[in-house]
Design a binder for this molecule. Structure first.
Ligand SMILES: NC(=O)c1ccc[n+]([C@@H]2O[C@H](COP(=O)([O-])OP(=O)(O)OC[C@H]3O[C@@H](n4cnc5c(N)ncnc54)[C@H](O)[C@@H]3O)[C@@H](O)[C@H]2O)c1
Length: 348
């Protein structure tokens, strides 16, 4: 059995080289087991710059150009969600191992079709749940699972997403708002955290949304807040705003009968000790405080690539991973629907 630390190199392609895709391009270019054989993007200036900056061997506008290439075994898909199903299924059918950005798809029907294609082809698909590689979230999850907060129910307050500070940033956000919504796009990460922390299933979800930017489509929102009830009694709220007016207020807190855990990202530390990393503050009732500093690191996409390689080489089953991706997608899609329709959606 080999592992990603050694062994032969894989040819890789990145499809979609925008805001997130470029992070993957960099990871592929720097990973000890991969060669950047191709970058693919509709936009000429994007793919050409990528090719120049990361010495990609080829650059294409159309992803189908990579399907028959035997020198490409791995594909990262970082295009808009509406394109994921077609591209991912074509790559799986062409025999590639695929890492697809979240959200897996804009609908459960499309997500199901992709999972069916994994079953049918026997090829490996992983989804870009980057917080699975976030050391501080993993530590918090472990602490809670080991009883740091006492038994459930828990209160999970995951507030704050993205701050649209520049016009360029807003144009990117708008493209994703047109595709899905901030609550779906970003929320799948955080609802996934709620599921990981509790190990519970969602019972119902409700939501509110607001439209504060004139360019936001009239049937969608640039601000969303979802509340989720879990079958162990836990409650979670997730809030995100992709608007120029939204202050990047971030609060990530987990509360239980025996204590409280608060996670502050390194770049949001107000105590100035950013270099000490992400901070976990653990209050154990009635008054014991433990502060843990974790090495920072948000977009550890190289580890996603390593996991894909290990999954292929060790022929790991991906169905549990895909069930998780599907489970959080189902909750945020329902949360968005709840906000649009102004009602609670029952999931069980
Ligand atoms: N994991 C994370 O933390 C994270 C963060 C941001 C975005 N994302 C996800 O990454 C994906 C892309 O988001 P983004 O912010 O990078 O968007 P973006 O608009 O910055 O980039 C998307 C790029 O894909 C290209 N593209 C789209 N469809 C294509 C197609 N069919 N063929 C060729 N090129 C195509 C576009 O030209 C664009 O350059 C989305 O699914 C988003 O949710 C994940």
């Amino acid at each position: 059995m080999s592992n990603s630390a050694g062994g032969h190199r894989y040819g890789a392609a990145v499809i979609g080289c925008g805001g997130m895709g470029i992070t993957h391009v960099e990871a592929v270019a720097n990973h000890p087991r991969t060669d950047l054989v191709a970058v693919v993007d509709w936009k000429e200036e994007v793919r050409e710059q990528c090719q120049r900056d990361y010495a990609a061997q080829n650059a294409y506008a159309d992803y189908t150009a990579i399907l028959d290439r035997d020198d490409i075994q791995l594909v990262v898909v970082a295009t808009w969600p509406s394109t994921h199903r077609e591209i991912v299924e074509a790559c799986l059918r062409a025999g590639k191992g695929v890492l697809c950005e979240k959200p897996l798809a804009p609908s459960l029907e499309e997500a199901n079709s992709m999972i069916d294609t994994v079953r049918e082809t026997g090829r490996k698909l992983r989804v870009g749940y980057i917080l699975h590689y976030h050391r501080a979230y993993n530590k918090v999850t472990e602490m809670i699972r080991e009883g740091a907060l006492g038994p459930p129910p828990y209160i999970m307050r995951l507030l704050g997403g993205e701050h649209t500070s520049t016009c360029e940033h807003w144009r990117r956000d708008l493209k994703l708002i047109v595709e899905t919504s901030p609550g779906i796009d970003c929320g799948c990460h955080y609802v996934d955290i709620m599921r990981r922390v509790t190990g519970a299933d969602a019972v119902w979800v409700s939501g509110v949304g607001a439209r504060t930017e004139s360019e936001t489509p009239s049937d969608n929102f640039d601000y969303e807040l979802f509340s989720v009830k879990f079958d162990d009694g836990s409650s979670g709220i997730y809030e995100v705003g992709w608007t120029h007016q939204y202050r990047n207020f971030s609060e990530k807190e987990f509360v239980g009968p025996a204590g409280r855990i608060r996670l502050t990202y390194a770049h949001e530390r107000r105590d100035g000790y950013r270099e000490e990393g992400d901070q976990i503050e653990y209050y154990r009732y009635p008054g014991e405080l433990t502060v843990i500093n974790m090495p920072p690191g948000f977009k550890r996409v190289g580890e996603e690539l390593t996991d894909l390689i290990d999954t292929i080489e060790q022929d790991k089953d991906v169905m549990d991973h895909l069930d998780d991706a599907y489970g959080s997608l189902a909750i945020v899609l329902a949360g968005h629907q709840a906000a649009v329709e102004g009602r609670t959606i029952w999931l069980q």
